[in-house]
Design a protein around this ligand. Structure first.
Ligand SMILES: *Cc1c(COP(=O)(O)O)cnc(C)c1O
Length: 397
């Protein structure tokens, strides 16, 4: 049966972009939940999953949540972000962190990407704070709106870390709380220190295409015990007295269930192998696509260790034979799914006019020119060779 990948359609045959890899003890652990009747948020796998993430990252506190977006929303509330505040965030990102900022009633300030790493630009952050803000009794305020600038969410996109060694001192200088969105980059690190351990708080996602998956799920991690306690409280309906059902503020129902945490436990056991598999895929793509006219391959910065969540190439509009849309359709015709990047947040109708507008020419260009290739950790060398051959056929002069 010939397969075409219509963007957005479910994938049944052919080579998908990125699918879960359930190669470990998933069945065993989920069966244990069913056998013990512990299928809700009460159960041993939730704590085990949190502990396993703490061990992997080397961080003291973790809270499993229903998804990564819920973790981000909780992190913003814990960080004390209030309605009307400004929060700096990557312009080139999946929409979740921008939405979470809006859930908190705050205004996102979208910061452009760096051309080399595609991550949030430390120079862009510095420019905004130095040129467009002033310091009012130790609190940075926007010159445009007068609102306090409370936090920054660097999003580590596509498996490459944001430049934390440059961003962290800036955040400290200007008194911003740092919330890392490490959803796409679990397993990556900067200068040997894992993403998710640089900020005051960090969030991960385990949705269907992330490096480890629980179907849907997320995790909030932090070094601060008081913030970990508060996050747990907020995510369990802010229940103060478990017997009398006294709730001391408006809480959320954001906890992960034991069944999904069981999947998470089995997945974390395989995480190091998954990172190694992603890096092998990246090396094979690098070798297979090297020298193809107009194709710009992703770069790993010399301070970065990349987990290559999605291997994403950029097409030079002058030298490449096709643009990314035409390449997407050429690959789809051969049963190969690929995907463009996300519409930059400053262009999103959902976030139009919600905060001060900074120019973001780099993220616009990357969005116009880039395409992610199949990156499942279960992708076989044969199937990857098919993808490489198809890209070469489409782009060779
Ligand atoms: C996947 C992802 C999230 C979280 O998504 P959920 O589906 O809510 O788990 C957040 N931020 C980024 C950048 C993501 O890619």
């Amino acid at each position: 049966m010939p397969t075409t990948f219509e963007p957005g359609a479910p994938v049944t045959t052919g080579i998908p972009l990125c699918v879960p890899h359930l190669a470990g003890r998933e069945w065993e652990y989920v069966k244990e939940c069913l056998d013990t009747n512990l299928i809700s948020a009460v159960g041993p796998f939730v704590e085990q999953f949190e502990a396993a993430m703490c061990r992997f990252l080397g961080c003291p506190h973790a809270l499993a949540t229903v998804n990564g977006t819920a973790a981000l929303h909780t992190a913003l509330l814990v960080a004390g972000v209030r309605p009307g505040d400004e929060v700096l965030v990557s312009d080139l990102t999946f929409v979740a962190p921008a939405n979470a900022i809006r859930y908190a009633g705050a205004r996102p300030v979208f910061i452009d990407a760096e051309p080399g790493t595609w991550q949030i630009s430390p120079a862009g952050v510095s420019d905004y704070l130095r040129l467009h803000c002033w310091c009012d009794n130790g609190v940075m305020r926007s010159r445009i709106s007068g609102a306090p600038v409370r936090a920054i969410i660097p999003v580590h996109i596509l498996g490459h870390p944001a430049n934390m060694p440059s961003l962290l001192p800036l955040a400290r200088e200007f008194g911003l709380t740092v919330i890392e969105d490490a959803s796409e980059s679990l397993g990556a690190s900067c200068g040997g220190r894992p993403v998710g351990t640089w900020g005051d708080l960090a969030c991960f996602s385990f949705n269907g295409n992330k490096i480890i998956s629980t179907g849907g799920g997320g995790m909030l991690v932090t070094v601060r015990p008081d913030w970990a306690r508060r996050a747990r409280h907020l995510s369990t309906q802010a229940k103060q007295d478990p017997l009398e059902y006294v709730h001391d503020e408006i809480g959320y129902n954001y906890r992960l269930t034991n069944v999904l945490a069981a999947l998470g436990c089995a997945q974390v056991e395989q995480l190091r192998h998954f990172v190694a598999a992603k890096r092998r895929l990246a090396a094979a793509y690098r070798q297979g696509l090297y020298g193809l006219p107009g194709v710009i391959l992703p770069q790993e910065a010399d301070w970065a260790y990349c987990s290559y969540w999605l291997y994403t190439i950029r097409l030079d509009p002058v030298r490449a034979r096709l643009d990314r849309r035409a390449l997407l359709h050429a690959l789809a015709a051969e049963g190969i799914q690929s995907r463009p990047l996300w519409q930059p947040m400053h262009l999103s109708p959902a976030h139009a006019g919600c905060g001060p507008q900074m120019p973001c020419p780099v993220s616009e260009q990357l969005y116009q020119q880039s395409l992610s290739l199949p990156s499942s950790t279960s992708l076989t060398p044969q199937d990857q060779a098919r993808v490489i051959a198809a890209v070469r056929r489409a782009l060779e002069p």
